[in-house]
Write a protein that binds this ligand. Structure first.
Ligand code: HGY
Ligand code: MN
Ligand code: MN
Length: 411
């Protein structure tokens, strides 16, 4: 059986597809994402992998060793959920490549000297409940399960309700040290979200670091009123304050080398053309290699917003939704991966990943596959079929090495 990740991705290309090449909508526990979960379970089961879904909704597909011991396992995999309007590669490429790498290894008659697991992590994008890498944060204890149960989506459905509807017991979510103790190393393959490999003319890279990144919700409350009957001097318009937030974020990130600041959502209530809004809620996404710089930018933007709110007669509440410190991936593991893939350059990334969260619990690393557009979180995200194959081959070699050799990074 050849390892054909392209064919696997072709199979799911229609799931959660938005009309008019608008990309994908595959929020966690939605019908589309659940269809993708079923697709993965079907393929894993067809390959004789032992499949289980843990209490955090993470799917594990095991290529077990005789006797079934799972200590010292090598983990790979990624996520299947998407951002709204995202591409078909961010997440699914890592899952499809993991299945294909198993096919390649089996096709070569390889039998693992230690167990291999493919994991599918839920809510990596945080698109439905607002917290990125929710599944990996839960299993590693990086987030309070009580807080997670109460998270709500745009329809005010709680995570607990959505998880229960998807067949999980929400009372069971939370840290799982026993399961994590089985993992000796985690390698996630992911489409590159940037043009590093295009510029370097290489198909595959190793990940060096993920820069610090966080998300905040800025809620501005004013006074709803009539657009025509209300004099300008009598207004408390939260949208005017929101404009200052957006301006300040751009101004304060532009002057810091390597900083990134994004307002991706502006929710205006009630949202009528002839209505002065009563509230405006914005999302802040701020990133930089230095954590203190991220927090300083957020403080500066908050102060600017508060000044604008005071002069407009509005109130502001800024709430941190999630924060991920800079992660430098395990140097010893990366050295092993480099020995297996000597031509692969090392690239840092501005995108967060479950591997960045798991890095706190086990030596973790990443492989990036070239994306000719460099674009991501958009339908323009892509990877050439030959580079997808190169990624599968690279992952297969890395897994063969890790499943055969002991090293200092793993007990
Ligand atoms: O937002 C991110 O960096 C990732 O794609 N979840
Ligand atoms: Mn991703
Ligand atoms: Mn993403």
């Amino acid at each position: 059986m050849t390892g054909d990740a392209n064919a696997l991705l072709d199979e799911i290309a229609g799931i959660g597809a938005l009309p008019g090449d608008g990309g994908y909508a595959r929020p966690v526990f939605s019908p589309a994402e659940r269809e993708l979960r079923d697709w993965f379970v079907g393929h894993a089961t067809a390959r004789g992998l032992a499949v289980e879904t843990d209490r955090n909704g993470i799917i594990w597909a095991w290529w077990d060793v005789p006797g079934g011991a799972r200590e010292g396992a090598i983990l790979t995999g990624s996520h299947l959920d998407s951002v709204p309007g995202g591409g078909n590669f961010d997440g699914p490429l890592g899952v499809a490549s993991a299945l294909a790498a198993v096919d390649v290894l089996r096709g070569r008659g390889f039998t693992p000297g230690r167990p291999l697991a493919i994991a599918v992590f839920p809510e990596e994008e945080g698109s439905r409940f607002g917290v990125a890498c929710l599944g990996s944060r839960l299993i590693t204890g990086a987030i309070d399960p009580e807080k997670v149960r109460a998270l709500t989506d745009a329809a005010s459905t709680t995570f607990a309700e959505a998880a229960a509807a998807a067949g999980l017991d929400p009372s069971g979510i939370g840290p799982d040290p026993e399961r994590l103790a089985q993992i000796a190393a985690f390698v996630e393959l992911h489409v590159e979200q940037g043009r590093g490999l295009v510029d370097l003319g290489q198909p595959v890279a190793l990940a060096g670091a993920i820069i610090a990144h966080g998300r905040w919700r800025v809620r501005i409350e004013g006074r709803g009123d009539h657009a025509g009957a209300t004099r300008m001097a009598d207004r408390s318009d939260p949208v005017v304050v929101a404009a200052e937030t957006i301006r300040a974020l751009r101004a304060h990130t532009l002057v810091v080398d390597g900083a990134r600041g994004t307002v991706g959502r502006v929710d205006v209530v009630p949202g009528g053309t002839n209505v002065i809004a009563s509230s405006a809620t914005l999302s802040l996404d701020v990133r930089h290699r230095d954590e203190a710089t991220v927090r300083r930018i957020v403080d500066e933007v908050t102060a600017a917003t508060e000044r604008a709110a005071a002069s407009e007669g509005c109130t502001v509440t800024v709430t941190e939704q999630s924060f991920s410190p800079t992660v430098d991936f395990d140097a010893a593991l990366r050295a092993e991966l480099q020995a297996v893939l000597p031509d692969a350059p090392t690239l840092d990334t501005g995108a967060g990943h479950d591997a960045g969260v798991l890095a706190a619990s086990a030596p973790s690393g990443m492989l990036f596959v070239r994306n000719p557009t460099g674009a991501s979180h958009t339908p323009a995200e892509t990877a050439e079929r030959a580079d997808v194959d190169a990624g599968v081959e690279a992952l297969a070699r890395v897994l063969e090495h890790l499943l055969t050799h002991d090293s200092s990074t793993r007990p």
